[in-house]
Design a protein around this ligand. Structure first.
Ligand code: PRP
Ligand code: ZN
Ligand code: MG
Length: 214
């Protein structure tokens, strides 16, 4: 018997963590929660789970440190690695939005001309601005983006909106949707045949779970 394990990277903590673990468990994998342990092996399936920062997952998958990963489509699109999107997972639905201070009078995309936008998604924002012929500055920050206008760091932001409560409590209003997103499974394009076989078994189980829910 072979001892090949398929390495799956999931988010250590945050919006995607619970749904990612739930999906694997509902697929019949017996795994512990990864509170302190950052790597755990399923007891009944040839899978190892790595708990990582979601933003790092596309790089780990591209480098073959992990074979597959569960990330937000927003992170997958932003990082533009040579990974394949193999399945949309139907949870953690959200949108990437442009938002500005509530007191501003929004006049359409032209409002952003010459302004500064704080975001953790510079590539996606730049592409959106180019497509719409808007020239604006992009200020990349890795977190707490919604605070930026309030402290004079930027005029507007582009960040993930789920319930909208973070925008609300920071005095911002959503003005444009840049991208719709949900959790997706990504894979390295270079998996061994053995790993592909494990992945196909896992995908079969995930599809059964999804069918049972719909
Ligand atoms: C997003 C975003 C906000 C929050 C919005 O972060 O950056 O902080 O969720 O959610 P709400 O509309 O329900 O208030 P995410 O969970 O994607 O985490 P990360 O950016 O830290 O990885
Ligand atoms: Zn993140
Ligand atoms: Mg965030």
């Amino acid at each position: 018997m072979s001892n090949t394990l398929l390495r799956i990277a999931i988010q250590k903590s945050g919006r995607l963590q619970e749904g990612s673990l739930a999906l694997l468990k509902e697929s019949g994998l017996s795994i512990s929660n990864g509170r302190d342990q950052l790597k755990t092996q399923a007891r009944n399936f040839p899978v190892e789970v790595l708990f990582l920062r979601d933003d790092d997952i596309p790089q780990y998958v591209e480098d073959n440190v992990a074979d597959i990963g569960i990330v937000g489509e927003n992170v997958f699109v932003e990082k533009q690695k040579q990974n394949q999107l193999i399945k949309k997972l139907d949870f953690a639905k959200c949108r990437l939005c442009l938002a500005i201070p509530r007191s501003e009078n929004y006049t359409g995309l032209k409002w952003f001309e010459g302004k500064n936008i704080a975001t953790s998604y510079p590539a996606i924002v730049q592409q959106f601005l180019n497509k719409n012929n808007i020239k604006a500055g992009i200020h990349e920050i890795s977190g707490s983006v919604e605070i930026a206008p309030g402290i004079g760091l930027a005029d507007g932001i582009c960040d993930i909106v789920s319930t909208g409560s973070t925008l609300l409590s920071n005095g911002l209003k959503e003005v444009e949707t840049v991208l719709y997103s949900e959790a997706v499974m990504i894979a390295s394009p270079q998996l061994s045949d053995e790993k592909k076989t494990i992945l196909n078994k896992l995908l079969f189980r995930i599809e059964s779970v999804q069918k049972a829910k719909n």
